[in-house]
Unconditional design. Sequence first.
Lengths: 247, 374
Amino acid sequence: METTILAHDVHKNYVTGGATTPVLQGVKLATRPGECVFLVGPSGSGKSTLLSILGCMLTPDRGRVEIVGRDLAGLSETERAVLRRDRIGFVFQRFQLIRGLNALENACLPLTLRGASPKESARRATELLQAVGLADKMKSHVGKLSAGQCQRVALARALAGDPDLILADEPTASLDGQNGQEVMGLLRRLTSEQGKTALVVTHDQRIFGYADRILHLDAGRVTEVDSEHPALTAGATSHFVGGTCHA
Amino acid sequence: MWSIALKTLIADRGKLATALVGVVFSVVLVNVQGGLYTGLLGKIALLVDSGDADIWIAHTHIHNVDFPLDIPKRWMYRIRAVPGVKSAVPYIIGACDTTLPSGGFEGVFVVGCDRKSLLGGPWSMEQGHAADCRQTEGVIVDCFEEAKLEFPVIGEVREINGRRARIVAKSRGIVGFLVNPYVFTSLEQAASYLRKPADRCSYFLVKLCPGADAETVCRKIKQRIPELDAFPSTVYARKSIDYWMTRTGLGISFGAATVLGVLVGLIIVAQTLYASVLDRLSEFGAMKAMGASERQIYVMLLVQAVTMALAGALLGLELVFLVQRTSSTPHAPIVIPWWLSLGSFVLVLVICLVSSVLPYLRIRRLDPAIVLRG
C-alpha cells in the first residue's frame, strides 16, 4: 500500500541531568496520500518530538521511519535537508515568515531554496496566494498582515514546493476562531485537491471536523480516536477508541 | 538568496544602522589616522621631498634632515667632478632664536640656499618670490607660522640670533615636523645668523646629469670623500622618517590608535551581525527546517556582510574626504594616498567577512526543530 508516512516502533528518549525520559515508546503510524490526519495529545506527550522526527529534523533512537518511501535511517544531514526541501511542506504555529519579505517572496521561499527560477517561483506562489485569498496582499510585507493572513501565506509557502507531505504544528493556535476555521478549510481543501498528505498537530477541538483521522499520542504511544468521542471534546485524555493506528 | 539576504538586511534598519556606524567608524579612523600619519611623515622629510635635489650629501652619521653636522664647503668642487653630477651647491640648515615684537623669542630653523640656483629654497609662495631671499638681510617666513612669529609683515625687521632680518616674502604651507618654523634666506645670510664659519655648510645638494643613476653617483661620491654620506633624495627622506619613527613612539601610537579603531569596528560589526542573527534565530530555524543548506545560509550572511562593508566603506570614505577637506592644514596635514583608501576598504571587507563567521557558527549549531517548540 502506498504510504506518505510510515513509522514503525519508533522510540525516542531524552537525557536531562543524567536522567533518561522516554518520550516515544514504539510509535506506529502510517498515512495515505490525500489524507488529513490530526495528532493530538497532552502537553509534553511528544507531539513535537514525533513531528520533528517525521520532519527529518530529529533521529529516533530506535525504529524505522519512511517518508514518501524514503527510509530516513542512514541519511546524512544534507540528505535530510534535501528531503525536507523537496518533499515536505511546513506550517508553523507562529508562522515563521521572513520579516523583510513580502507575502509573495515568502511564499516563493521553498522554490528559491530549491534554485527554481524567480519567474517560475513567482508564478507558482501567485497561484497559491490567490487560492488562499490573498491576491490583493502579494506585495504586502508580512509585518503588515493580520495573523490569519500570515498563516495563509505560510500555507501557500508550505504548498509552493509541491510537497507530498504537509506537517502543520498547531496551525490555528495563534488565530481566532474564524481565522482558524478558514485556514483549516484552506489547508483541507488544498491538500485534498492536490493529493497531499497533511499531518496536523493541534489542541484545537474546534477544527477536529477537518480530520480524516485523529491520532492520540500519550505515554509515548499513538492511538486512533473518534473525533466525536467525549474524551476529546471534554479535553480528557484517558479514553480512546481503537488501538494502535495503521493506515 | 541574494535578494532575500538584502531585503532582510534592509528590513532591520536599526541593526543595519548600528553595523554601518561600526564600519564607518573603522573606515574613518583608519583613513584619518593613516592620513595624519602620512601627512606627518611628509612633514618630516618636507625639505628633502620638495627641495628638488636629486642627491643629498651630508656628514656621516647624520640621522635626519633637520639636525645636520657642519662639513667643509670646499668639498663641493670634488663632488662636482664626480661623473654624473650636473651641479652641486652648498645648503645650510640650523636652529637658532628670533626675536618677537612682544619681547619674547621663538626658535626657528634657518635654511640657507644657493643664491644662484635657489636649490632647496621655498617652492610655494604666498607673497613675493623665492628669489627675494637674495636681498640683503632678506628672509622668507611661512604664512602658516604667522601666529608663532607674532604676525610678521613684509618689510618688517626682526632679529635672528642677534642679527637683522627683514621679512621680504612669505611662503605657503612649508611647515616642518618640528615646532620651529622654517625661515628661508640665502646661504651667506644663513651662515651669518647661525654663526657658522663661512667655509662650512650643512649639505651639498646635487642635481644629476640626464640619465645618471643616483645610487651609482652616491657610491662614487662616498668613494671620493669617505667623510661624507650621499643619498638619493628618496632614500634620505626615508632615513629621516625612520629616525623619528624608531626613536619616538610616533609610529606605535598612530599604529595602536589605528589597530584599536579596526578592533572596535570589528567588534561592533561582529556584535551587530550576531545580534541580528540571534534576533532572527527562529527565521533561520524555519529556513533550515524548509531545507535551506548551510551554504545557502552562509551565502545570505556573506551577502549581508559584504553589503554592510560596501555601504559602510562608501559612507565612511565620503566622510573621510569631508574631514580632509575641512580639517587638513599644513600643521596637521591629512594626506590620504589612494592605497590607504583602498586598503581601508579591503580591511572593512575582511572585518565584515570575519564578522559573518560567528553568526554562521551559531546558525550551524541551530537545531531546525526549534521552530516546532513554540
